[in-house]
Design a protein around this ligand. Sequence first.
Ligand SMILES: Nc1nc2c(c(=O)[nH]1)N[C@H]1C(S)=C(S)[C@@H](COP(=O)(O)OP(=O)(O)OC[C@H]3O[C@@H](n4cnc5c(=O)[nH]c(N)nc54)[C@H](O)[C@@H]3O)O[C@H]1N2
Ligand SMILES: Nc1nc2c(c(=O)[nH]1)N[C@H]1C(S)=C(S)[C@@H](COP(=O)(O)OP(=O)(O)OC[C@H]3O[C@@H](n4cnc5c(=O)[nH]c(N)nc54)[C@H](O)[C@@H]3O)O[C@H]1N2
Ligand SMILES: [Mo]
Length: 750
Amino acid sequence: MAKIDLYHTDPSFTVVTGACPHDCPDTCSWQVAVETGSGRAVDIWGNPHHSITQGKLCGKVDRYLERTYHADRLMTPLRRVGAKGSGHFVPVAWDAAIAEIAARLRSVIDAYGAEAVLPYSYSGTLGFLQGEGMATRFFERMGASRLARTICSEAGFEGYLYTLGAAEGMAPEDFAHARLILIWGSNTLTSNLHLWPFVQAARKQGARVLVIDPARTRTAQAADEWLPIRPGTDGALALAMMHVIIAEQLHDDDYVARYTVGFDQLAGRVREWTPARAAAITGVPAQRIIDLARDYATTRPAAIRINYGIQRHYGGGMAVRTIACLPALIGAWRAHGGGLQLSASGLFRHLDKRGLYAEDELLRAPRPWPFTPRTLNMNRLGDALSLDPTRLAQAHYHPRPIDPLPAPDQAGPPVKALLVYNCNPAAGAPDQNAVRAGLRRDDLFTVVLEHFQTDTADYADYILPATMQLEHWDIHKSYGHAYLALNRPALAPVGASLPNSEIFRRLAAALGYVDACFTETDEEILRAFVETQTHERFAGITWPRLLAEGFCRLNLPDPYLPFAQGNFPTPSGKCEFYSARMAADGYDPLPSYTRPQWQEQAGREEGETEREEPLSIATGNTPLVAPRRSPLVCISPPAHSFLNTTFANALRFIEREVRPVLRIHPDDAAARGIEDGNQVRVCNELGEVHLAAAVTAGLMPGTVLAPGVWWAKFSPDGRNINQITSSHETDMGASARFYDTVVWVEKIIT
Ligand SMILES: Nc1nc2c(c(=O)[nH]1)N[C@H]1C(S)=C(S)[C@@H](COP(=O)(O)OP(=O)(O)OC[C@H]3O[C@@H](n4cnc5c(=O)[nH]c(N)nc54)[C@H](O)[C@@H]3O)O[C@H]1N2
Ligand SMILES: Nc1nc2c(c(=O)[nH]1)N[C@H]1C(S)=C(S)[C@@H](COP(=O)(O)OP(=O)(O)OC[C@H]3O[C@@H](n4cnc5c(=O)[nH]c(N)nc54)[C@H](O)[C@@H]3O)O[C@H]1N2
Ligand SMILES: [Mo]
């Protein structure tokens, strides 16, 4: 602490408060010490005044200055000189780059219409402004295709909304009051670190912590118990828990009667979900399911942290929808320390008095066109970039069974220009071979706004250097807590980089878009955003306060128990065990079990785990050699030291992760003659990747795990795990199925 005190008192340093921009529920508040003379940042630390950050940053962001001043950082705009994907570029001045890009965009729009332009972005930054703020103004003004941003969380999000009505739930602080905590499909110590102190506080008061996960993660190791489960089968576990709870009359009659709809139908449904049946599907022993249900229903307060690991499977939406019924069934929402958390983002997403969403107010996008542009699904990037109209039609966003796909001749123009920002799809998007085939098209004009020359940037016609968080303004909501944060620039832009907002502003000017929204400064936009909020949750949050304090808690009661007395923002106002909206959208209106694709595809019956596989499978590359063993299901959750593909180009973090590996159970390894450290080929009909086997008993048999997401170009075989992930949609929200991948694994014989 002494060093930090020095920065605050020594006039040769300025301390600036900001916010971590990364895709993580914690949205930390940070402070940076800048040497006044040189203008260089010398230290960064977690804000000690923020009650979630509590003075600590994660191991990645603690090194944010290394990222900021990294030798590979892009310093000037670049123009391609080599073949697409070869990564050869020459520097070009900003004015020339903007003029040339605008000219190319204009010619695409003239020849094919604005829908031939596709923005492609996701979670490089979660800031309102450098995220979609100015970009949306720009693309909406143009009338470009819209992008459905589905790669991460939409399945679970939709499932949650059907049951509970809003992306709200327990506050992280309130986990400290729980007596039983189920961490379900979350690797908290890796991906949600700042929840852990509250979990530990609960344990000090006697709480038990269970982790339900196919892998014995570092979180599972730190918990009281690891409950291994087969990927994508959590819905069956939840149904059997409800079977036990209702059969043994452990549910909260009063809460159910007042605040839920459809209990009788639910009871009818779960009657068939005996623990024995669920055990065969999930791999969790029947007696363990019974005990878990009893513990859950009789321990108060009982808290569940579900996270997105649970929903990256075909049935992910239904799984979350089903689990979301549990707290209402036992009345867990009543108690401080009881309930469920998936996302807190709904806290920030509310209508103001004029019926505008907070985000829309910021965007204030001009929409001069009489038509609504098509929406393409980001997970289908390979199809979106295909010149085959049938595939292009498949790329249209269709989040529910009732949403139609267009006929191929109605799919609209081929994508002729792609503008990528805050995103690295050549490494992180599913079906990598299809994505790269699209990016390689010579007739596709691609611009990438980046910090580094990523796998994606290699395919660009122009790379534009973007500022990092220490160099620009932004405002951040959180999807894990209730604090809004302001990020102030602490440094001048590194090199010739510009904020995304300024790059889009300049492109707008070059295209002749004269709307007022393109001349507001970043600071003006954010200030207006704060000042125009009228919702009571923003009461007391002012621009001067944000400037002075760096963050503000939304105006919510503390503790905030959103559903203690019902008040579910569903159509019925109750927790919907039965959902008429689901029926209307083409789903089973009751909680049910939707089999993951790996079970369907591998032709497995419930519970069957091992099967000789006579299939001959044509991979993108080498054919498999005999003997062929049964397929395995592959999941690829985050490596501890990477954040999706971010940080995976820094030597420090690469060294921590050592090399790209495939974790495999000793039984599955032995059956394939694989020993620890062997190089293995992991493949399916989409492609293949070579990884080093890491044999471990800390995994559900039949499941393999490849920590992600490595840059392909920094991997020994120039490929990564998204060689083999499918771009097909989940049951709800048209999300990605990263953890629902059938693979064949064999030793590479050299
Ligand atoms: N260090 C680090 N932190 C991150 C990220 C990162 O890449 N690195 N990514 C950020 C982003 S974008 C997101 S969306 C979140 C993701 O973080 P989480 O929401 O926690 O989700 P995942 O890490 O995808 O998966 C969490 C756990 O779910 C397990 N899992 C996989 N399939 C199943 C299943 O079917 N059932 C159950 N019960 N468990 C399953 C995985 O083994 C993993 O341990 O984290 C954010 N934080
Ligand atoms: N196999 C597999 N694939 C996955 C996942 C998985 O678990 N397994 N996780 C998925 C999930 S949950 C997610 S959310 C997605 C995330 O996928 P992406 O959204 O592609 O996220 P990143 O891979 O972190 O890449 C973000 C890029 O944005 C850049 N960037 C950051 N800030 C800025 C900025 O201010 N301006 C500009 N111009 N660029 C910036 C960074 O340098 C980085 O290269 O990946 C998905 N892919
Ligand atoms: Mo994500």
